[in-house]
Design a binder for this molecule. Structure first.
Ligand code: PLP
Length: 435
């Protein structure tokens, strides 16, 4: 199997060795993707192999990423793979959320069940495998969120030094705490995201640091397996829709690539439509989608949303994401802070729960249903990207009328569930519970 890096730009498509340490096309600056020029598969045999591996105790077969290694064959061997048994995330039926959105049924694919609590693990096991293959000793990312938590875990498990760069005054404590615990060297720099990225690129060459930011094409390969695993779990019945939140749009790119490649390999016969949901205060991709020519994304200078995982003003992967949404006949929608907060509480009431960015999916579905874009009987899978416990402050705030939107307006505690003070008295507590 040959693997190469290819420039994603249609007018360039330059090819490079899969072991070149490049993050953008050296010719035109475009995004890069992994391609497999001579891949031929027997779809039925592959489905059988993947199903049989679920019974195997071999570590790689127990990973919900590497079980599908034929779908992501960028390595030339399996000996340098570090797995924390990522993937293996459940499909959960959520009748309550379905009726809230106006659907007959709704399934969540819950990526919050991953080792560090988000879908970033699916990609990170691949990014770290590539770092090991390249002989790197250190890996780095600029992030305060789930990427740094995931990178820290996988790098430390692999014996690599994780380095997390944090833009000044931009700390998300729940996720940063994970990075610290997993042993990341954490550097707070007095600069904004873009300035730090430029800095890290200079340092990367000088110190032999491998960058694991979201444009890393090997992370995208790993995230493809979210969709491969979902199809396997559904016995290869594609849904009508796959709904996901959009931030930097790496996941949108990965899902679209997975769908196209599965079609090409004969694993599925129809392509589900992608629905990408953004938060109103950080919705440059939605803006692009609504523009007449969809020619260039205009960055949002000060993105604002309490859903910090999608608080991105200048999403790097937008050219790929736009291509994938168009290829899948998909849509892009935006939702308000209130809609996200209420949808999140509804997902919680199903006994499922998620972090705020993930709840944009249900809020978006509700809006797409109301507009008639989705039908009540449509078969919909929404991807919950992160774990409920990533952001407990938000939850407590919502349920106790203490959540303030970024602009300063107070959010309604529509489905609030406030703790109640109770006296130390059985009779009075009994009365309270009966009332
Ligand atoms: C990273 C992340 C997102 C956004 O994904 P992109 O690939 O950047 O669009 C959404 N939700 C959670 C929980 C995340 O960690």
């Amino acid at each position: 199997m040959t693997a190469e890096l290819a420039c994603f730009e249609a007018k360039c498509r330059a090819r490079f060795a899969v072991t070149d340490v490049i993050y953008n096309c050296p010719r035109c600056g475009g995004l890069l993707e992994a391609v497999y020029p001579d891949r031929h598969v027997d779809a039925a045999a592959l489905k059988r192999t993947w199903r049989e591996r679920r019974l195997s105790n071999a570590p790689l077969d127990q990973s919900g990423v590497w079980r599908y290694r034929e779908a992501i064959p960028f390595l030339d061997g399996t000996d340098r793979i570090i797995t924390l048994k990522e993937g293996n995330t459940p499909l959960l039926e959520a009748p309550g959320a379905a009726s809230y959105a106006g659907l007959d049924a709704l399934t969540f694919k819950h990526q919050g069940f991953n080792p560090t609590g988000s879908f970033k693990d699916n990609g990170m096991t691949c990014g770290v495998a590539q770092a090991l293959r390249l002989g790197m000793q250190r890996v780095a990312c600029v992030s305060t969120g789930n990427t740094s938590a995931s990178m820290a875990a996988y790098a430390s498990a692999a014996g690599l030094q994780p380095i997390v760069f944090i833009p000044h005054g931009n700390i998300s404590f729940g996720k940063l705490a994970q990075a610290l615990e997993y042993g990341a060297r954490t550097l707070q720099v007095e600069a904004n995201f873009d300035q730090i990225l430029a800095l890290v690129r200079v340092l990367a060459e000088r110190l032999g640091i491998y960058l694991l930011n979201s444009i890393n094409p090997f992370r995208i390969e790993g995230q493809k397996t979210i969709i491969v695993e979902m199809m396997d779990q559904r016995d290869w019945r594609p849904p009508d829709w796959i709904v996901l939140p959009g931030g930097n749009l790496g996941n949108t790119s990965a899902f679209g690539k997975a769908l196209r490649e599965m079609r090409e390999m004969g694993l599925i016969g129809k392509t589900p439509r992608l629905a990408v949901i953004q938060a109103e205060g950080a919705a440059p991709f939605h803006e692009l989608w609504r523009s007449a020519d969809r020619a260039a994304l205009r960055a949002v200078e000060h993105p604002e949303t309490l859903a910090t995982a999608i608080k991105i003003g200048d999403p790097v992967s937008w050219p790929k994401a736009l291509f994938e949404v168009l290829s899948s006949n998909g849509v892009v929608e935006q939702v308000s802070e209130q809609e996200i907060a209420d949808a999140k509480a509804q997902i919680g009431r199903c006994g499922i729960g998620c972090e705020p960015a993930s709840a944009a999916t249900l809020a978006g579905i509700r809006k797409l249903r109301a507009a008639g874009t989705m039908g009540a009987g449509d078969d919909v899978v929404a991807v919950l990207t992160g774990n409920l416990l990533k952001d407990p402050d938000y939850i407590y705030g919502y349920h106790t009328d203490g959540l303030t939107a970024p602009g300063g307006g107070k959010l309604r505690s529509t489905f609030g569930n406030r703790p109640v003070m109770a006296p130390n008295d059985a009779q009075r507590i009994a009365e309270l519970l009966e009332s």
